[in-house]
Ligand binder design. Sequence first.
Ligand SMILES: [Zn+2]
Ligand SMILES: [Zn+2]
Length: 311
Amino acid sequence: MGIPAHADPLTSVAAPYRIGTLFAILLPIVGLIVIGYSLWGRGFFWTDLILLVVMYSLAAVGTTIGFHRLFTHRSFETYRPIRFVFGVLGSMSVQGPLLRWVAIHRRHHQHSDQVDDPHSPHRNGDGDSGFFGGIFHAHLGWLFKADAPGLDRYIGDLHKDSGMRRVNDWFIVWALLGFVIPAAIGGIVTGTWFGALLGFLWGGLVRMFVGHHVTWSINSVCHLWGSRPFKTRDESRNNSIFGILAFGEGWHNNHHAYPTSARHGFRWWQLDMSYVAICVMKWMGLVWHVRVPAVCQSSPASLGMPAPLEV
Ligand SMILES: [Zn+2]
Ligand SMILES: [Zn+2]
């Protein structure tokens, strides 16, 4: 079954392809769960499971709340030490230094699903090869390609911030810390080198593997598979699976419709753990000027059924 030549690739992706893509991306994670289950009690213990979940969560909020909502879209404001902490945690996800991450993501929003989008799954030509090549390119292929020239023009604000430049320049240190910390905890808790090795594997390598694929899926799956309540100019989608796994980032059509919103899950059932964390920090007085569009400020009843908007 081929994709018709000359059809607009944005609308010609058949359901079996989209579902197949989702399975291809989720299966390795399912495989990991099976591996963890089969190793339980021999090479995977409670300490490792806790390290995996905690380190994944810390790196995830560093990426979603820090790199994405705070630094890229400035959807809220906070104190400098908290900016520093989010910069460090985001760096632990090993997705590259802060400034480059922000520049590429701002470019993605400016040219979303157009020729100059750094990681669109829709600009790889027609037919089956174009479809599958596009998925590969959006998921991780783009990482192996040279950056577009002039990325610096996207990050003038962060260049002026000496603290953020320092977080950026020390990226490799923060990334290594993301492995040293779980290894040290694993070793201290168990009192063995084997425990340190398992902490490094589960809290470091496995955590990074899952985090990478979940984040990359926002670029690939969430521009292919899911609902589009807002008629944005791109192919962004709301995808429930990655709404949960990526702490709210999977409500990607909402996000492209309102990029500066600190809240990505607009309806009450669209779980957005990053926004929950931002609300808790606001309640504690740690963040302020939290930007949320009017569509989210309606009554709770209307939040269940926001009217689709043209943007
Ligand atoms: Zn996008
Ligand atoms: Zn964004």
